[in-house]
Structure formats: C-alpha cells, structure tokens
Design a protein around this ligand. Structure first.
Ligand code: ZN
Ligand code: ZN
Length: 423
C-alpha cells in the first residue's frame, strides 16, 4: 500500500489493485486484463466545464441549421436534424424518428447538460444528492450518443444523393464536426475519479477485511461499485457514495445475454434479406437491401464507401454475435484458455457496435430529404426495422454480459506492478 492510493476492484476482472491518482493524461490499467482502472484528465475541472459549454453551443448551432440541401428540378429541399425527425414522424415512421431523436439529439444533450450541472455544483461547492444522482446517470447517456456515426451517415447519403440531384453540404455538417471534436476534448479533460471523490464523502470504502492485491474483490468478500468504483463489503446493498445497487456479478448475466443474442440472430436474416429502403421514381419502385446498397457503391466506383457500409452493416453485427457466443460458451465450459484475448474481444464489441447504425442514419436522411413526391419518393423498408432492432439487441447483449465471468474460472494470480502510461 502506498500513501494516497486507494484500493479498487478492476471493473472487468474484479482483481484488487492499489491505485494512486494518475498524473495529467496518465492512465492506470489493470495488470491482469488490461482494462482502464483510472484515467487522469488532461486538464482541470474548470477547463472541462468550459469545453462542455462550448460543445453545447456548437450542438445548438448544429441542430438549428440544415444538414444538406438538395436541388432537384428547380426545387430546393433542405432539412435540419430536428426537421428530419419531424418529416419521418409525419410520413408514418415514428420509430425511425425516435431512433434519430434519442441517439443524435437527446443522448448528447442530456450528457452535456448533466456534466455542466455537476461541474457547476462542484465549482460552487454545494453538491447535493441530486448532483450525485445526475452524475450517476450522465455516463449512460454518453454511451447512447451517436453524433459521430450520424456524420458518417451524412457523408454516405451525400454521395448517394449526388447521383440524383445537386447536393450541397449544410452548415450543420460543420457544426456537428466541431461539436464532436470539442465534446471529445471535454470528456478527456476530466478525471472522473476525482469528481467522485469531491461528490462523495469516502474516498475509500470502510472494510475490516485485510485484502491482498492478488485477490479478486469477491475472494476478499468485497464488491466494487459499477458506477463510481467505490469498494464496499459484500453485504452492502447500495453504494454509500453514489447509491447504485451493488452486485458482485451482474444479475442473470448469462441468461439475459443469451436471450438478447438469440433475438439478434433471429433478426439478422430479415435485416439482411428484406429491403431497407424503397425508391419510387418515374412510376417504378426499386427496393434496396443492405447488400444491395453495398453493390450499388461498388458498381458506381465508390469502393471505399462500399467497404465502410459492408464492414459497419454486415461484418460488425455478425462479428459481435460470434464473439458474444464464444464468450458465453467458453465461460459455460469454465475454460481458462486465452482469458486476455477474450477480454480484448469483449472490449472490441463494446467499441465498434454503434457504427452499425450508419445505414439507419443514411435511410433517415434520404427519406427526409427526398420527400417531394413529384420526382422521387424514398421510404424505409421493413428490413430497416429489423436492422435497427438487431443493432440495439447486440448493444444491450454486450452491456448485459459480465466480463468478470471470463476470469472467474481462473485461480492464478498475476504480476502485481502497476504502470502509468502517458499517451
Ligand atoms: Zn482487470
Ligand atoms: Zn458507487
């Protein structure tokens, strides 16, 4: 034990570590599975606050201007992001509109406003129980924000629409790009661990056990908080610092992950076989499946876009399904082989999942922009419902899986040094 360091359980493998506050920009990793234990911010809380405010302003600019304008046979069609959502709802596709509103508008907005509120409360030095509550849920909103995937969607639909009409990028595209850069800077400026230390009284839970570092929290009869990381006795039900419910392992993790995974597998076929988009022009209808979209880009010579859509929409979902199935089966057989590799695969599925939504955003943009019935109409196909549901069920399956299960069949204790790495 070193002075000033706190005992933490690795969120992904449950191994106990003594962790000291990392230096600016430094990250401390788990010695066994490589998960991030604590990330030191690049700057102070005030800088993080300023950046979040700047991101909020850019966000409002991005949503109040049109994303693209389309010139077709003398008419100009343009729509902002809320405009797209409204058009979709009016055309009878409220679910598509809801996906757009939640992932591109509400989730980033709730994350920013929540962070600004918490950082202001800390600055004014009167954090209350609401501050703790807001900070506890704020991270969850961040996970469902998909502004960067939406930007990719804008680029893809730009290329698609450019074949039909004169397309001009709108100011929103640049606003959204600037927002993503500033929002990412705001997130990396902040040391989340130090915010928790200012919000909650105990920097370290109270426990009378005498834990050894090579033990897991469960072996030491303790449990780490999934939200704020505070370590408590195993009998404690709610975290004394943030109020989150404590479980040594996620409840019914295997059953829930399997259920969501099977749902995703069942949806995979209709998502890929049914048309995701219908284009009606000059009296004849053309239906496009996901693969049809890939071939369309290949035929028109935009192979980088064909590759992006193929990877995001076809490869990533099937890869996630296979990885989760492998993790569940190997855990069931209590396999102790390749735990490090399995942990990395799990982290990969967490990271790439959101990019599968790009095709859904392409559909929303194309439907909303080309709604002048005289020349052409684009409408979503039933495949798009199956596709969006499949992406959401794989994302939820990844969240339901408990990566600590991978390590539970292992008894060996690894090396104990911790290293700080500067990025
Ligand atoms: Zn670990
Ligand atoms: Zn907590």
């Amino acid at each position: 034990m070193t002075h000033g360091s706190i005992l933490m359980a690795c969120p992904e493998c449950d191994l106990l570590h003594w962790v000291s506050a990392p230096p600016k920009g430094g990250v401390s990793f788990c010695t066994r599975c490589g998960a991030t234990l604590r990330r030191g911010g690049y700057d102070s809380k005030d800088v993080a606050l300023a950046l979040h405010c700047a991101a909020l302003i850019l966000f409002f600019l991005a949503v109040s201007f049109p994303v693209m304008s389309l010139r077709l046979h003398g008419t100009v069609q343009e729509a902002s992001i809320p405009g797209c959502a409204r058009i979709l709802a009016n055309l009878g596709w409220p679910w598509l509109s809801a996906v757009l509103i939640t992932t591109v508008l509400l989730a980033p907005l709730a994350h920013m406003i929540g962070m600004i509120y918490v950082l202001l409360q800390i600055r004014e030095q009167h954090p209350n129980r609401w501050t703790v509550w807001v900070f506890r849920i704020v991270e969850q909103f961040g996970a469902w924000g998909m502004a960067e995937v939406f930007i990719l969607g804008i680029m893809v639909s730009y290329v698609k629409l450019a074949k039909m009409a004169v397309v001009l990028p709108g100011p929103s595209l640049f606003g959204l790009g600037a927002f993503i850069v500033v929002a990412a800077a705001a997130v990396s400026a902040l040391d989340i661990g130090s915010v928790w230390e200012e919000l909650g009284s105990p920097a370290m839970g109270t426990f009378d056990n005498n834990p050894v570092e090579a033990q897991t929290a469960r072996e030491a009869n303790m449990v780490g908080c999934p939200t704020c990381g505070l370590l408590s006795q195993l009998e404690v039900i709610t975290c004394p610092r943030c109020g989150a419910t404590l479980h040594s392992r996620k409840l019914n993790s295997r059953e829930r992950t399997w259920a969501l995974l099977i749902t995703a597998i069942l949806l995979y076929l209709p998502a890929n076989l049914l048309p995701v988009m219908r284009v009606l022009s000059l009296g004849h209808t053309q239906s496009d499946t996901i693969m049809g979209g890939v071939f369309y880009f290949l035929r028109s010579g935009s192979w980088p876009l064909a590759l992006i859509i193929f990877i995001a929409s076809v490869v990533v979902p099937i890869l996630k399904i296979i990885i989760l199935a492998v993790l569940l089966v190997s855990e069931r057989r209590r396999s102790s082989r390749w735990p490090g590799q399995r942990a990395r695969l799990y982290r990969l599925t967490e990271m790439v999942g959101r990019w599968s939504m790009v095709d859904i955003f392409v559909i929303t943009l194309m439907v909303a922009l080309v709604e002048m019935g005289s020349v052409a109409t684009i409408s979503p196909g039933p495949g798009s419902v199956a596709f969006a549901l499949m992406v959401f069920s794989t994302m939820l399956a990844v969240q339901c899986f408990d990566p600590r299960l991978v390590w539970d069949s292992l008894t060996m204790a690894p090396g104990k040094q911790k290293e700080y790495e500067h990025e």
